[in-house]
Design a protein around this ligand. Sequence first.
Ligand code: ATP
Length: 459
Amino acid sequence: MNQLTLDTIVALAKRRGFVFQNSEIYGGLANLYDYGPMGAALLRNIRNIWWKTFIESRTDMVGLDASIISHANIWKASGHVAGFADAMVDCKACKMRTRADHLIEAYFESQNTTEKVEGKSDEELNAIIQKEKIPCPSCGKFDWTSVRKFNLLFPVQLGILEESQSLAYLRGETAQGMFVNFKNVVDSSRVKLPFGIGQLGKSFRNEITKGNFVFRTLEFEQGEIEYFFDPQVTPWEPLYEQWKKDMWAFVTEQLGVQPKNLRWRTHTDEERSFYSKRTEDLEYNYPFGYKELWGLAYRTDYDLSQHIKFSGVDLSYVNPQTGTRIVPHVIEPAVGITRLFLMILCDAYWFDEAKQRVVLKLHPSLAPYKAAVFPLVSNKPELVEKARAVYDMLRLDRAVAWDDRGNIGKRYMAQDEIGTPYCITVDYQTLEDNTVTVRNRDTAEQTRVAVDELKGIVQ
Ligand code: ATP
């Protein structure tokens, strides 16, 4: 397990404006968070890089932005209404409700063993809890209800008149948007198999969880891709392997995450959905252990076939060359943008022993600010004016911070903690020779640079 504690990350996130508890002044709501100025910038950078990499820069991908509120039948066809439920138990003594699989996994972890319980039936989960006499983590008693299922979808009532309201759902995943719009996309754009549709957006699951900060929340953001192909023409295994490589490269190269904290885990036959031929999770070593970051599933033609069945609409595809009609198969890389966010904070966190400072070693493309500009002191108008001119020159091209409060050491510290790669200080020498000091976040070394070179450095 990772040395870094989640509490350290939570504290930093709050201190520096990355993440706040939702509805905090009213006592907060569990498992819901708001993203502050730094968090909003970091999230936006992650989204932009994802979109650029997987949609814009590829010739075989198109984007989509579907509604969050969606027809109840979508979720019947997808299996979410019937099957999208967590097995929960309630402690009869203290009324704590928890997911049965989490309870069992945490118990085995505390015994220094592991037990993978995904895919086990309610009866099997019950049997394990009873056999091990797993106590309630909250009150210590052993007095559980039997395992019960709770549906994770959020129902919404459409219509203002109560009598004529109709039931819809907040989407539990973005993926269904790609399936129900498959025909619209084929008919309205120049796509040919194999091709993918990708989407970024919020999803909602009424999860009752121990949270782990933004790792598992009721409202979260996903980046999902449905990559459609004809298995007779495009064999699935090389395609699947290529997606594994693309996902790995995205995380390690584009986001700069250390490969030593990543691993692939193949789903067991028990936990894999019956229609999936292969499912693997890319897992990250969070402070609470290796957990799913990004799922990759070969889902066959299950989803489109389900929607054909439930809607009665023909969603098949005709190969323009051969005229053959098929229901495309699909490979789905599905990631949580907010899980990427938490991974990035954890991975970038560095306590510099030598200088006793906290640094977020963010990849420059992720950093909320690319540079910060300071006047050495704030009570010398010539310095402030010159520093303002430098700031104005840089801030139109890139996000750049301004700070003239307190001593310079404190200002460096604040920028280190939000991962700003460079701090530019305007001092007395600047007024003489038009040079400034540029301090490197990771080494804390300063070099003297001509003002004319700054744009290039920040770019
Ligand atoms: P888990 O097993 O952790 O509950 P899952 O297998 O249900 O996840 P998927 O349905 O495959 O997840 O969703 C795709 C991705 O969406 C996941 O890999 C994860 O990154 C993200 N995700 C799913 N549920 C949540 C949540 N409640 N909060 C934040 N991210 C989530």
